[in-house]
Design a protein around this ligand. Structure first.
Ligand code: OGA
Ligand code: MN
Length: 224
């Protein structure tokens, strides 16, 4: 695992946000991921939840792998549908702003160099899945930190749909996360293979990624 170092005193903030951000930073340093049930501030969860209910199903498109000309629609890997968040809605703005505060905190505290953020709603119909994958590939300097939250009140263990985070390529057991409303999951994108197991209910999540700035020779990345 990459060695992250926590610099004590790099931030002296004492807001509610910063208490949570501090716990997330410690988790990232100690284990490379953070799983925090019920941690997303309730007003953000409830806004996202309400907005998701309003989102017309037609706003969702089949998820694929890659972007632009590399986009592949491949049912073998994932069968969820997604809707990108562009900050046009109050809910989207609140979520993006919360992530911007997390970004500033982690950059100050861990020198992560997080530069840009992108995120989308995802809908998994009953039986839908996302097979074991990485959000980023080492050395490609793209996504460095993944952030996920869930919009499923009263999710039961028997409903399935767990996110399974594996420690490395050899790990077959993994850590299972129940996709319950308000839970936050944050992990280093290049370090942890993970998958979404099929569920018996409709499963709603919001997933986001921070990238580092890899602009070189006037080639602007990420492409928009
Ligand atoms: C993803 C992903 C996990 C989840 O969208 O890349 O791994 O629990 N999502 O929804
Ligand atoms: Mn993923």
């Amino acid at each position: 695992m990459v060695a992250l170092k926590n610099f004590p005193g790099a931030s002296g903030g004492n807001t509610l946000d910063e208490t949570l951000f501090g716990l997330i930073a410690d988790d990232l340093v100690n284990q490379g991921y953070s799983i925090r049930p019920g941690a997303l501030p309730e007003d953000i969860s409830s806004s996202l939840y309400a907005h998701r209910l309003e989102l017309n199903n037609s706003k969702y498109t089949d998820a694929g792998i890659g972007r632009g000309v590399d986009f592949l629609r491949t049912e073998f890997v994932r069968t969820d549908e997604i809707c990108w968040i562009n900050g046009e809605s109050d809910a989207g703005r609140k979520w993006v702003e919360w992530n911007a505060r997390l970004q500033r905190f982690l950059n100050k505290k861990l020198f992560l160099g997080l530069f840009s953020f992108e995120s989308h709603f995802a809908h998994y119909s009953p039986g839908a899945y996302y097979k074991r994958h990485y959000d980023a590939f080492r050395g490609e300097a793209n996504r460095v930190l993944s952030v996920i939250t869930y919009l499923n009140p009263a999710w039961l263990p028997t409903d399935g749909g767990e996110l399974v985070i594996y420690n490395d390529d050899k790990d077959r057991d993994g850590i299972k996360v129940v996709p319950l409303y308000g839970t936050l999951v944050i992990f280093l994108s290049e370090e942890f293979p993970h998958e979404v197991l099929p569920s018996s209910r409709d499963r709603h999540s919001v997933a986001g990624w921070f990238r580092v700035n890899t602009s070189i020779n006037n080639k602007i990345d990420p492409p928009r």
